[in-house]
Design a protein around this ligand. Structure first.
Ligand SMILES: C[S@@+](CC[C@H](N)C(=O)[O-])C[C@H]1O[C@@H](n2cnc3c(N)ncnc32)[C@H](O)[C@@H]1O
Length: 391
């Protein structure tokens, strides 16, 4: 099968995990970029990237690269592309863009120029043009314009891949599914020790953890992918990829709890929708009153930040969380994500690792705390050396 360049977009900080996922898929020429990883692959890799990658937001197939030295270059170059290879008059399209250019301060303007180029290309050939549909287009086109370098791509994912398809409800500040999976993979956890999220909200970390432990493909719950509407869609190839055997047995315990009855109900609904009720337990409990549910294990959690959840005293909450971890959770490794530096200061524990991440637009820090029990030898430590990637 013919190989081509593929670009996978992700969140800042998750590039190394995404590269490790691509490596495990057997991708060639993997190159880490800013908020993206590119590689070389064929049609089958394009489908696998969409279906299997946990830390991918979008999988793009570049179709043209050119320089934009003056404004008209974008329209003129885009018009030259043989658009009828990708679009027909009966199909709708949309354009989105990532633009950092002195010529196009407004990214909408760049999208408009490419839209005009496509419309004029078709009008000159057929006297008609395909329609634009921003809500549910058949074909999505992506413009990447950085300085004078422009790359136009087809978006093979359709809706962002963080929309896994299992979420039926969301709490006040759910963590993005791609970020949740990335956080878990960054810890090096693969289902080897028991997993606990004591502030589980809508259950995102629990579900992503269970999917990792069981090898459930990230895209299994999705109804569709963008490439299914492409003219070269190979239904049999995708069906083989979709139906291959990825799952594995897991006896690891995954537990979530939250102080809010409503959050627990939402988490249970999401877990049920993902078909994971047998694997994940949820309890309504205040973490500050909890005893460890297992002898040892990993905690990965996303406490209230303050920015998105109104909490009276972030410092007070984080101090209590730190005290509980220290006093009761020895033998555990706790990973906490937060955008609150004040919160981290109040935890009163020294982090063994700090990873800078983003939850949407919000800069966050993801920190690990090793809660020693007796000698270091007895402690369960998930360290950099245990993981299959480099950060
Ligand atoms: C930022 S949200 C977690 C979002 C979650 N990761 C998700 O994806 O939906 C923080 C959660 O902490 C819970 N919480 C706050 N204080 C708590 C406490 N003392 N014990 C347990 N949960 C608490 C809140 O109810 C809220 O659901």
């Amino acid at each position: 099968m013919k190989k081509f360049k593929i670009v996978v977009k992700t969140f800042a900080g998750l590039e190394p995990v995404l590269a490790a996922e691509l490596n495990a898929l057997g991708a060639d020429a993997i190159s880490i970029e800013r908020r993206a990883v590119s590689f070389t692959g064929d049609q089958s890799m394009l489908y696998k990237a969409n279906f299997l990658l946990r830390t991918a937001l979008k999988v793009l197939k570049p179709i043209a690269q050119f320089k934009v030295n003056q404004k008209d270059d974008l329209y003129n170059q885009a018009k030259k592309i043989e658009w009828s290879e990708y679009l027909t008059l009966g199909k709708s399209f949309s354009i989105d863009s990532t633009v950092q250019s002195e010529l196009f301060v407004n990214s909408m303007y760049a999208s408009l120029k490419v839209k005009d180029a496509i419309a004029d290309h078709f009008r000159e050939k057929f006297g008609k043009r395909p329609s634009v549909n921003t809500e549910d287009p058949d074909i999505r086109i992506h413009i990447y314009l950085m300085g004078d370098y422009c790359e136009l791509s087809l978006d093979s994912s359709g809706e962002s891949l963080h929309k896994r398809g299992y979420r039926v409800g969301q709490g006040e500040a759910p963590v993005n599914e791609v970020l949740a999976a990335g956080m878990i993979l960054l810890t090096g956890w693969q289902g080897n020790v028991d997993f606990f999220d004591p502030m589980c909200g809508s259950g995102t970390l629990l579900i992503e953890a269970a999917m990792i432990a069981r090898g459930i493909p990230a895209g299994i719950y999705r109804k569709s992918f963008g490439f299914e509407k492409w003219m070269d869609f190979d239904e049999q190839l995708f069906s083989e990829i979709y139906n291959a055997d990825y799952e594995k047995e897991s006896t690891v315990k995954i537990l979530g709890s939250d102080i809010s009855v409503q959050s627990c109900a939402i988490a249970c609904a999401n877990i049920k929708s993902a078909g994971l009720s047998k694997m994940i337990e949820v309890e309504t409990k205040d973490f500050l009153e909890m005893n460890p549910p297992f002898g040892s294990g990993i905690i990965v959690t996303n406490p209230p930040y303050g920015e998105r959840l109104i909490t009276k005293s972030i410092a007070g909450l984080y101090k209590s969380v730190g005290d509980v971890l220290k006093q009761r959770f020895s033998g555990y490794t706790a990973w906490v994500i937060s955008s609150s530096e004040e919160g981290f200061k109040s935890i009163g524990l020294k982090p063994s690792r700090k990873i800078e991440l983003f939850n949407g637009a919000l800069p966050c820090s993801f920190r690990s705390f090793e809660l020693f029990r007796g000698t270091h030898k007895q402690t369960v430590i998930l360290k950099k050396g245990n993981s299959n990637f480099n950060t």
